[in-house]
Design a protein. Sequence first.
Length: 401
Amino acid sequence: MKKALFIDRDGTIILEPPDEQIDSLEKLEFVPRAITVLAQIAEEFDYELVMATNQDGLGTSSFPEDTFHPAQNKMVSVLQGEGVVFNDILIDRSFPHENTTTRKPGTGMFGKYMEKGAYNLAESFVIGDRITDAKLARNLGSQAIILHSKHTNSLTDDDRRTLPIALETQDWREVYAFLLTRQAPMRLAEVHRTTNETDILVKLNLDGTGKARIHTGLGFFDHLLDQLVRHSGIDLELTAHGDLHIDEHHTIEDTALALGEAFTKALGDKRGITRYGYYLLPMDEALAEASVEFVEQVSEHSSEQFSEIRTHAAIDFSGRNWLVWKADFKREKIGDTPTEMFHHFFKSFTDTAKCTLNLHSVADNEHHKIEALFKAFARAVKVAIRRDARNNAIPSTKGVL
């Protein structure tokens, strides 16, 4: 099935002037590296290229046709000279206040791409610099790649949680690297762990966009797992049915064991991964730092090596595990989750993810402390599982992890 890249024009391919209207050749200037990377994409990948742009009032007295086409035609000609040929160029001419269905993020211009069976929209991308591009991706059932510009500031944290943004970057080269990794199979895993105490089902996609469907029966634990998903970019479906009428221990422990096993399955032989991850996360008065390492051999670690304001995560998939934990909790519970189980969660995760993990957090607020730990852990994992688009080797001199 065909795939497409729906690419915005102003602010994405060419720079947008202060008056937001490219109505002369003097205003035509390409976004840095856009030509080079688009040429690579056109030559190496099998996406159809579709330019999709809103041009406010094109054809009216505020934006006459004869002022638009010279710069448009020159841009198309330059790109064609580098092998970048658009299969389609979609232009909406309406003003924002008209609220037409053809104006992005509306899908009125994209009818043929939305016909059943015509395109694999789930594996297609909208590339642009505005929130409307991310919303268009959502409306198409695609994913968004956001190239930062002055308009990207309108994106909120809530937008990032709810819109299908697969990548945010300031550099077209990172767009190429991201798309290159998508040529490889997605790293998926499913684990069903059943005991006399719990029944856990985990569906994991390491190459997701931060989508979560989680139910463990423990509200605050669900909240922490959701932080892991949102800040690592993985997709996770997780349901846990445990003996909560006894206590929370088995549910939290077995969830961590099943999740760690899913990571091990999804990573496979770890070919091409970054392997190391590190993150320092400030959250109000809390400061959490995390580093993740996917290594071939566990080394000796001491919690004394880390400063008093840091949280560390290091992961080892050699079949051996290690946890360094430096976080004290004074409350018995946060929400419905026992604080003593936080350490046990990460210890159980390292057992089946076969990783070393260092965590350390200092904060006055217990809620902030554990949230910062999960967020820093997630961000470190995001770095460590990232695939190197240009190097598919196992990241170890031993040749095996």
